[in-house]
Write a protein that binds this ligand. Sequence first.
Ligand code: ATP
Ligand code: MG
Length: 140
Amino acid sequence: MFDKILLAVDGSEHALHAARTAADLARSMKTSEIRIVTAYDFIPPYLGEPNMQYAIDARMESAKTIMQKAVHAVGDVPCEIHTELIEGPAAEAIIDVASTRKSNVIVMGSRGLGTLAGLLLGSTSQKVVAHAPCPVLIVR
Ligand code: ATP
Ligand code: MG
């Protein structure tokens, strides 16, 4: 049923918790792949060179670190792990990957790195729940 899992991560504790849940799901279902997605902000071209390249490199480095921690949190699973670093708005990136890769479920945290206290569901989760092409598992 959950053959292909898309796991969305942003470097938050919530997302790492979602990663452990995605791994549990993969171990208990006949899952063939977990695809981990992290989206990083678009770099505006008006920064100019060499600042633009510095900014791109810094974003890529932090996205790679986020991904490494997520892969570590997933741990040993009896399926393939794929990773995708995508430039652009997170919800759109997650929905695009879920559509293109025909994911069966999206696993994500209820909150992320946002600091607004009292918010039950972050804006990325809200958008994904509203527009996803498949079931969404929001981990609390
Ligand atoms: P907000 O961003 O609205 O201030 P928030 O950061 O607390 O609120 P969300 O951004 O909705 O909440 O994060 C909820 C979940 O969405 C995260 O736990 C993570 O699974 C996923 N997510 C958030 N940002 C990204 C991102 N840039 N790339 C991939 N997944 C993300
Ligand atoms: Mg956020």
